[in-house]
Design a protein around this ligand. Structure first.
Ligand code: SF4
Ligand code: SF4
Length: 191
């Protein structure tokens, strides 16, 4: 992991990245609407508006080692609420990738594994997740680390309920259209 004490020596690298493109974080005026609408702030060490501010102030270490980027479920409530059109969920997702790229220890390694399996599934499916494979891989990973029969039972019950409602496909489905755009996006991940 790189040394990144930015408390006295801020880095502009994150700020420059986040200020560009679809994420225009530099437009943030700290109204906190994003944090007020987020359903997961109770588990975060930094609130979404703080992540934006610290990124813009060049506090990379605080942001990239924060558990917030891994707790975020990408529900996009914050993005929808932002009066300045800042894609906060996109920022957090980008920060996740950046933390992985820099080899920063993830506070919740299980979430990082799920994230990796999820992206691998999307890549293999040309933009679509094969839910059954994803769940099977992740369950096996967890069982290998610590076998918990009760958790396994709960997951199986949940899986059955999702399957009955058509939310868990056993076989892969057709690849979505716009394959060219999707492949371009997938290329950008970890590049
Ligand atoms: S809602 Fe948008 S403008 Fe307001 S604090 Fe969050 S990111 Fe900044
Ligand atoms: S996308 Fe993440 S930060 Fe935004 S509201 Fe949802 S959980 Fe909170």
């Amino acid at each position: 992991m790189e040394t990144m004490d930015n408390s006295l020596h801020p880095s502009s690298a994150l700020a420059e990245k986040l200020a560009l493109g679809n994420l225009p974080a530099s437009a943030c005026y700290q109204c906190k609407k994003c944090s007020c609408g987020c359903p997961l702030t109770f588990a975060m060490d930094l609130l979404p508006h703080q992540v934006i501010l610290l990124s813009l102030l060049g506090q990379e270490e605080k942001v990239l080692t924060s558990n917030t980027i891994w707790v975020c479920s990408a529900c996009e409530t914050c993005t929808t609420r932002c009066p300045n059109g800042i894609d906060i969920a996109g920022v957090l997702d980008w920060l996740k990738e950046e933390a992985l790229k820099r080899g920063i220890d993830v506070p919740q390694p299980e979430v990082a594994i799920f994230h990796r399996y999820f992206l691998e599934s999307i890549k293999a499916g040309g933009g679509r997740v094969a839910e059954a494979t994803l769940v099977r891989r992740y369950t096996l990973f967890k069982m290998r680390r610590k076998f918990d029969f009760k958790e396994l039972q709960q997951n199986m019950k949940l899986g059955w309920r999702l399957f009955k409602r058509g939310r868990l496909r056993l076989l892969g489905s057709h690849k979505p259209k716009q394959q060219e755009e999707i492949q371009e996006l997938l290329q950008q991940i970890r590049s």
